[in-house]
Design a protein around this ligand. Structure first.
Ligand SMILES: *Cc1c(COP(=O)(O)O)cnc(C)c1O
Length: 477
């Protein structure tokens, strides 16, 4: 078989680029045009997590530009509102970067509103941004929303999931701008809406009843929320679903005349997981606005402002995890060899277990002259038989090296592998800062941010055993 260098050359798209964030320069992988990953390991060691914030800025601003261009091309008459769905990654540097890039804020829980409140108090979240509050809301979530409104933040928009939520907000002394969430029905499920979405929102009859109730109060319904799914790559299907929901929007306007925002939720796909990913964002931005404008013209409805809540798209590709192979073991006959990593895959990338078929771009950083071949990675810091990658039918090609278990450590040049696209959901699902499976420690994280056009770097050290013992309640005697 050919060398890994040869294999890598086959992945290159145009010149040195493997995709828009990964390139190979002088035989070394460079991330986001700025970070030589072998240099990063030389400086900080491996395992290592990298959070490269300027990519978040780039994603937010690129989408805003594309929607602006699409708006002109389609003659769309209302605004586009980009909100960052913070549940994708709550790290302070991530949320602050998205806000600084111009994103509005979408919350998923009570504590999330507390973060927004703090960011507003600290002058990071401007008062003219929207805070859209989604999800089914228990008392603490509604209380946090109310407190923020009563503290003077007018642009907080609770998106009601249930008529009862309104009753718990109705007596607020200050008026609320409200949203309502549409409930998917059996027809939507048949059309391929991801199962699980139908638990959210209200059916048309409930919406109309609620609108009549809200009309008796100082509050107003301004936004209609309809979400199709996540990582949606079929543009036509996505737009068809949106048009179907627009009918619900138009119907509700008869009862809620202030309604003028249509929120299509999340689902904007990211190219961070797959080298063969293709999605024409510019075409989508134009096509969506053309389709909505056309639908509105036919129905005699004004163009609503369009809101998108971007989680994965905003932050997936800003994160990278690097591991070092410490041991290799021959596979069973006919099976690829095992490479044992100094980390845990199920802790670093929990989606490999949670999302069926989820994969990540994984590349070697060295040993490029070695023969390339399929291997399986195992997380050495758990003793869980599920801690391996790739899973299912996927194949992972890496340099074939041998580091037999009899070899004494340290190995002169250990193989380093990088997982890309780890910036959304993974850290939160793993429970950042907590005690993890088999007490696998969190890798050090290097945070790279642009300050006045200059990249600044800071390191958060590896989780210590003392941190973990304290977390679990083992106080020092
Ligand atoms: C999770 C979620 C999002 C973000 O979804 P992505 O697919 O990650 O962009 C947006 N809106 C709502 C209501 C969500 O629940």
């Amino acid at each position: 078989m050919a060398t890994y260098k040869h294999y890598l050359a086959g992945l290159m798209n145009t010149g040195e680029q493997i995709n828009d964030t990964i390139s190979v320069r002088n035989g070394r992988i460079v991330f986001a045009g700025a970070v030589d990953l072998l240099d990063a390991v030389a400086r900080y060691g491996a395992p290592l997590e990298i959070s490269f914030c300027p990519l978040i800025t780039e994603r937010v601003q690129a989408m805003q530009r594309l929607f602006a261009a699409g708006r002109t091309a389609a003659g769309y008459q209302s605004e586009f509102v980009y909100a960052y769905a913070t549940k994708a990654n709550f790290a302070e540097e991530v949320v602050r970067t998205a806000i600084s890039a111009g994103a509005h804020y979408e919350t998923s829980s009570a504590f999330d509103v507390r973060i927004a409140h703090r960011l507003w108090q600290n002058g990071i979240l401007p008062s003219d941004r929207f805070i859209f509050c989604n999800g089914s809301k228990e008392a603490p979530y509604l209380a946090a929303i109310r407190e923020l409104r009563e503290a003077g933040f007018a642009n907080i928009v609770p998106i009601l999931d249930d008529p009862h939520e309104f009753e718990l907000l109705a007596d607020c002394a200050l008026p609320f701008m409200l949203g309502v969430r549409e409930r998917k029905d059996a027809g939507d499920m048949a059309a391929g809406i991801t199962y699980g979405y139908d638990r959210f929102g209200m059916a048309p009859a409930e919406l109309m009843q609620l609108a009549a109730r809200v009309a008796e109060t100082p509050h107003t319904i301004v936004l209609y929320h309809a979400m199709v799914g996540s990582q949606l790559t079929d543009q036509q299907r996505w737009i068809d679903e949106i048009l179907e929901s627009l009918a619900g929007y138009a119907q509700l306007r008869a009862y809620a005349p202030a309604l003028n925002y249509f929120n299509f939720g999340g689902g904007m796909p990211t190219g961070a997981y797959d080298l063969s990913f293709q999605f024409d964002y510019a075409a989508f931005a134009e096509r969506l606005q053309r389709a909505v404008a056309g639908w509105c013209a036919a129905q005699g409805v004004g163009h609503p402002h369009l809101v998108g809540e971007f989680g994965r798209y905003s932050v997936a590709d800003h994160g990278v995890h690097i591991f070092q192979v410490g041991r290799t073991k021959p596979g069973q006959p006919g099976q690829p060899p095992w490479y044992l990593l100094n980390g845990s895959l199920m802790v670093a990338l929990p989606d490999i277990l949670i999302v069926e078929g989820q994969h990540f771009i994984c590349l070697a950083l060295n040993h490029y002259q070695a023969e390339a071949g399929p291997v399986v990675l195992g997380g050495r810091r758990t003793c869980d038989s599920d801690d391996f990658y790739p899973r299912g039918d996927l194949q992972l090609i890496l340099p074939r090296i041998e580091m037999q278990s009899t070899t004494s450590e340290p190995v002169s040049e250990p193989l380093l592998v990088a997982f890309f696209g780890t910036g959304s959901y993974q850290a939160m699902l793993a429970g950042e800062g907590g005690a993890h499976h088999c007490l696998a420690p969190e890798a050090p994280k290097v945070i790279i941010e642009a300050r006045d056009g200059v990249l600044t770097t800071r390191l958060i050290g590896e989780q210590s055993w003392e941190d973990v013992l304290n977390e679990l309640g083992y106080a020092e005697g």
